[in-house]
Write a protein that binds this ligand. Structure first.
Ligand SMILES: [Zn+2]
Ligand SMILES: [Zn+2]
Length: 569
C-alpha cells in the first residue's frame, strides 16, 4: 500500500465518524516567535485543547507536515527523520477513550489489515498522584488484545502534559495518560545491549511506535489532579512509520516516500544503498525536508529557518557532491553549487595540513560539514591516520551542546513559563540595555533571578543609583514599551553572534550555534540584543509598566536592583 492511500483512508475513516477534515497548519511559523517550525499535529491545536472554541467543530482530523530538529544527529538509522507527516484526530470535549481506542484499532486492523498478533499497546501504570489507566486496559482487552500484548509504563513514557510529569505540572495545567500502539518486526532480533528482555519501548528496533492516543482528562489544582469536566482526545501517528508497518519492513526508507529518490541516487552515483545506508538515509530525509521548506517559501540563509535549510542542503551535499545533477529545484541547486565552492576550499585546507588531529577533523566537520568518513579516506590517501577517539570526544561534547540548545530553542512554544514571568524576563532585557545606555558598557549581568512577583538583577556598580539615574533608566524602559517594538530572534553561529554586538552573560558557556533575541525591527539597530533561549513577549507593549522598586549594595562592588510590573500605562 502506498503512503498516499494510507493518508486518504485515514482521513475518510474519521470523516465517516463525524470528523471535519481541517487543513494542516503552515510548516513555517512566522507569527510565533518561540518556535521555527510546526513540529507535531498537536501543536497548532493546543489553544483548542486548552478550551478555546474551534471554528470547525469538536471532531477534527488532518495530516500535518512537521519538522523536528532535536533528532538531526540521529538521522541515518532506520526510523529517525527531521521531516515527517503526522496523522491526527481530535475530540475537543466530545468522545473519549471508549470511542477512540476501538476506532483506531479498527482503522489499523480492518482498513490497513495490520495483523493483530503484530500489534502491542501500552497504558499508564499510575503513580502516587494518579491512578492506573484501567479504563484503557479494559477497552483493549474487550477488543481482543491479549494480556501479553498490553504493557504498562510510568510517567516518563505514558503521561502527557506541556510541563512534563504530574508533579511538575503547575496549578491550572492540563494533562493525562496516553496509550501507544507498537508494531513488532519479528525479523529484527533483540540485542542484549538494550536490556535482558525485549518490550515495546525497547530501543533495539524490534518494536516501532506507530501511534499514540493522548487522553487529556485532568487539571492540576491546589488539591492535586482533578478530573476535567470536558475531556479531550489527541491522536498522532507517523505516516512514514505506519506505511513501514504495512510493508512489514522496519526500514522506513524502503517506503514509497523515500525509495524513488534513493534509487535515482543509486543510478547517478553507482553506489548501493545497502553498502551506504546512513548516507543514503540522510540524503533522502534532508532532500525531502529541504523541498518542503523551499515550498513553504524558505530561502537558504544565515538566520532562523533559512539557516536550518542551508544546514540540511550542506549536509546532504557533503555525502553526495554530485546530487545537483538529479535535483531540478533551482533554490536547492543554486545553494549546492555555492556550497561546492566552499567545500573545495576545505579540501585545499586539508591539503595544507601535515597532521590531522581528531580536533582538526572535528573542525572540518563543523565548518565545512565534512563527514568523518570522507576525512578519514583522504588521509589515508596521504598516508595519515585520524585520531578517531579524539574526534568522537569532540563530537559528543558538540552533540550534548546542540541537544541542550535545541531543547531551549525548539521546544515548540510549549514551554512551562507563566505569562508574568515571560513579561518580567523580557523587561530584564530592557533593563540591562537601558542601564548600559545610562551608566556605560561596564554594566554586565552578574546575576539574575526571576519569580512571579519581581525580577532581581546584579551588576558591577560601587554605589547606589541616584534618583535621577533611576528615573532615566525607568523612562527609557517604559518608552520602549510604549513604542510597542517587536521582540525577534535570529539563530546563528556563535562567532557571528558576537560580531553583532549582542550581550552575553559574563561567565556562561554557549553552544556553537546560538539564539540572539533583539528588541526592534532589525538586529543591527535593535534597542537590546542578547544571547538568550527565550521565551519572550512578542511585542513590548505586552509587558505593562516597569518600576525599579528597590536597590541594595551586595558587596564585591555589586549593586542589586529589583524590577516589578504594574498594569498602569
Ligand atoms: Zn529489544
Ligand atoms: Zn531572554
Amino acid at each position: 500500500m502506498r503512503s498516499n492511500d494510507v493518508r486518504e483512508k485515514y482521513l475518510k475513516f474519521f470523516e465517516k465518524r463525524g470528523h471535519k477534515i481541517i487543513s494542516p497548519a503552515p510548516l513555517v511559523l512566522e507569527t510565533d516567535p518561540t518556535t521555527l517550525f510546526t513540529s507535531s499535529g498537536m501543536q497548532p491545536l493546543v489553544p483548542y485543547l486548552m478550551g478555546e472554541k474551534h471554528p470547525e467543530g469538536v471532531r477534527l482530523v488532518d495530516s500535518q507536515p512537521s519538522i523536528r530538529l532535536q533528532d538531526i544527529e540521529e538521522v541515518g538509522d532506520n526510523r529517525h527523520t527531521t521531516f515527517f507527516e503526522m496523522l491526527g484526530n481530535w475530540s475537543l470535549g466530545d468522545y473519549f477513550k471508549k470511542d477512540q481506542l476501538p476506532w483506531i484499532w479498527e482503522f489499523l486492523t480492518k482498513e490497513l489489515n495490520l495483523p493483530k498478533e503484530k500489534l502491542y499497546v501500552s497504558i499508564f501504570e499510575g503513580n502516587e498522584l494518579v491512578p492506573k489507566d484501567l479504563e484503557s486496559k479494559e477497552i483493549w482487552l474487550s477488543l481482543g488484545v491479549s494480556e501479553s500484548h498490553i504493557f504498562e509504563y510510568g510517567v516518563k513514557k505514558n503521561w502527557w502534559s506541556r510541563s512534563g510529569t504530574p508533579d511538575q505540572m503547575p496549578v491550572g495545567e492540563i494533562g493525562g495518560p496516553d496509550s501507544e500502539i507498537f508494531y513488532e518486526f519479528t525479523s529484527v532480533e533483540h540485542q542484549h545491549e538494550f536490556g535482558s528482555k525485549c518490550h515495546p519501548n525497547c530501543d533495539c528496533g524490534r518494536f516501532l511506535e506507530i501511534g499514540n492516543s493522548v487522553f487529556i482528562q485532568y487539571k492540576k489544582t491546589d488539591k492535586g489532579l482533578e478530573e476535567l469536566p470536558q475531556k479531550n482526545v489527541d491522536f498522532g501517528g507517523g505516516l512514514e512509520r505506519i506505511t513501514a508497518a504495512i510493508n512489514n519492513d522496519p526500514d522506513i526508507f524502503k517506503t514509497d516516500i523515500y525509495w524513488p529518490s534513493i534509487q535515482k541516487l543509486e543510478e547517478l552515483t553507482g553506489k548501493k544503498y545497502k553498502d551506504n545506508m546512513a548516507s543514503f538515509r540522510i540524503f533522502a530525509d534532508h532532500l525531502r525536508a529541504s523541498l518542503a521548506l523551499v515550498n513553504a517559501g524558505v530561502i537558504p540563509g544565515n538566520k532562523m529557518q533559512g539557516y536550518i535549510l542551508r544546514r540540511l542542503i550542506r549536509r546532504m551535499t557533503t555525502k553526495f557532491p554530485e546530487i545537483d545533477k538529479i535535483i531540478d529545484n533551482t533554490v536547492i541547486g543554486d545553494e549546492i553549487k555555492k556550497f561546492k565552492i566552499t567545500l573545495n576550499k576545505g579540501l585545499k585546507e586539508i591539503g595544507k595540513i601535515d597532521k590531522i588531529t581528531g580536533k582538526i577533523a572535528f573542525d572540518l566537520y563543523q565548518s565545512y560539514g565534512f563527514p568523518l568518513e570522507l576525512t578519514v579516506e583522504l588521509f589515508k590517501e596521504k598516508g595519515q591516520e585520524v585520531d578517531l577517539e579524539e574526534f568522537r570526544k569532540e563530537f559528543e561534547v558538540h552533540k550534548d551542546k546542540s541537544k541542550s540548545l535545541s531543547a531551549g530553542v525548539f521546544k515548540g512554544g510549549l514551554a512551562d513559563h507563566s505569562p508574568g514571568v515571560v513579561k518580567l524576563h523580557t523587561a530584564t532585557h530592557l533593563l540591562l540595555a537601558s542601564l548600559r545606555k545610562v551608566l556605560g558598557d561596564n554594566v554586565v549581568q552578574m546575576g539574575q533571578n526571576i519569580t512571579k512577583e519581581r525580577s532581581r538583577f546584579d551588576f558591577p556598580n560601587s554605589r547606589k543609583l541616584t534618583v535621577e539615574e533611576l528615573t532615566k533608566v525607568e523612562d527609557m524602559i517604559n518608552n520602549v514599551i510604549k513604542r510597542d517594538l517587536p521582540v525577534n530572534f535570529a539563530v546563528m553561529p556563535k562567532e557571528e553572534a558576537l560580531k553583532t554586538g549582542a550581550i552575553h552573560a559574563f561567565n556562561e558557556k554557549y553552544a556553537d550555534t546560538v539564539k540572539v533575541y533583539y528588541v526592534g525591527s532589525d538586529l543591527e539597530s535593535a534597542f537590546s540584543k542578547e544571547f538568550c533561549g527565550g521565551p519572550h513577549v512578542a511585542k513590548t507593549s505586552e509587558i505593562g509598566h516597569v518600576t525599579i522598586n528597590k536597590q541594595e549594595k551586595i558587596g564585591s562592588g555589586l549593586l542589586r536592583v529589583y524590577v516589578v510590573i504594574s498594569n498602569q500605562k
